[in-house]
Design a protein around this ligand. Sequence first.
Ligand SMILES: C[S@@+](CC[C@H](N)C(=O)[O-])C[C@H]1O[C@@H](n2cnc3c(N)ncnc32)[C@H](O)[C@@H]1O
Length: 224
Amino acid sequence: MNLAGEPRWRFAAVRSRVMVSGMTTAQGRTARGLYFLRCFLRNPREVGAVCPSTRALGDAMLTGLDLRSGDVIVEYGAGTGSLTESIWRRSREVGGLRYLGIEREQGFCRVLRERMPDFDFACAQVEDVEDLLAERGLPAPKAIISGLPLILLPTMESIVATASRVVAPGGSFRTFTYLQSSITPNARRLRRLIREHFDGAGSSPLIWRNFPPAWVLRGDRAVA
Ligand SMILES: C[S@@+](CC[C@H](N)C(=O)[O-])C[C@H]1O[C@@H](n2cnc3c(N)ncnc32)[C@H](O)[C@@H]1O
């Protein structure tokens, strides 16, 4: 849902977008948090969290990934860019990474493009990932980093299945599950789907420095 397109929200959305484009300032972070919360209140199932992920979770999502120049990294549900910041920092270290972020919410897409103009953001559905990669002539991604609230989405199974088909041999699909929802049937189903669709699966230690605390879940494809 595009908040900025609705007159009631327009002033606040424009003011937020001006403020949120500051990448590291406390003011920018606060404005992004408030904007994120507003989007959550409007669309709780698809946003799926009351506040953006922390740097600790973003860095944990990338732990152990052997990224090299020329590799493609795809992010699902980039939101206001909290996980994207970790990818952005890694791309500065590695150099030559190619990034595609997929986010359906137009207001978030505008924020992302303002914050990280050298990254490519498609304002689209992750269900179309294969077409989006093909349109850009990108090869299979080395990593798919998902910030989607997968356990709330009716398309969870097809998203995991598609990710396992799309990710490169030797590549990895990463998502996370919150502490409080980890024992729900859907969270168990998500872990089972990852085990079934990938050659290897695992999880990180609990990341306490996130609200709520979360585990990173990993599905790895074998090297061909
Ligand atoms: C929990 S937020 C994650 C934001 C950010 N990555 C983070 O961790 O803080 C989930 C994001 O996924 C987006 N989203 C949900 N379903 C989607 C879909 N099918 N395609 C693309 N984006 C989607 C929502 O708009 C929202 O921005």
